[in-house]
Write a protein that binds this ligand. Sequence first.
Ligand code: AMP
Length: 177
Amino acid sequence: MSMSSPEQLRAFIRDVPDFPKPGIVFKDITPLLRSPAALNAAVEKLAAPFLDESITAVVAIESRGFIFGSCVARILKAGFVPIRKPGKLPWTTRRHEYILEYGSDVLEIHDDALNNDDRVVIIDDLLATGGTLAAAAAMVRGFGCTLVGVGAVIELAFLDGRSKLDPSTPIHTLVQY
Ligand code: AMP
């Protein structure tokens, strides 16, 4: 089956109302992951803008970001760097705390994960308010390397998460709501 249009990928994203709490419509990507054609199309499309960009590292955010990020790293022949919730990474880490609508959150990355000559793409499953990707971008920039772009499968465009990211960073998303 060919998956050339966003509409074809959209058919594999399931809305789950009131998960994990009332009022949230959760975008469930497990049908997309289960389909060989949809999974292949999604990771090929995520990688496509960066094929000629000499990417050395794909950075992805726990945990659904890891699924897509590791596939994209393979396509780009780049390495893979995990960003995780606090206390999960075994080596010395850099912490980044960021403000959410209610409260704050913390992400960590190994302090030897990147160098200033790296060319980096950040991948996540979903861009909502943009807080998570903006935090990841700040962490990547903290290493002095080049952030070539950001990719996500799904964008909740009505939340305007793009406005949280630096306008000079290209953001590629596959399916918008
Ligand atoms: P944000 O920091 O608001 O852009 O949130 C992004 C992260 O939260 C993503 O990594 C998603 O995994 C998760 N997320 C936020 N909203 C949803 C949603 N409606 N459905 C599924 N995942 C979501």
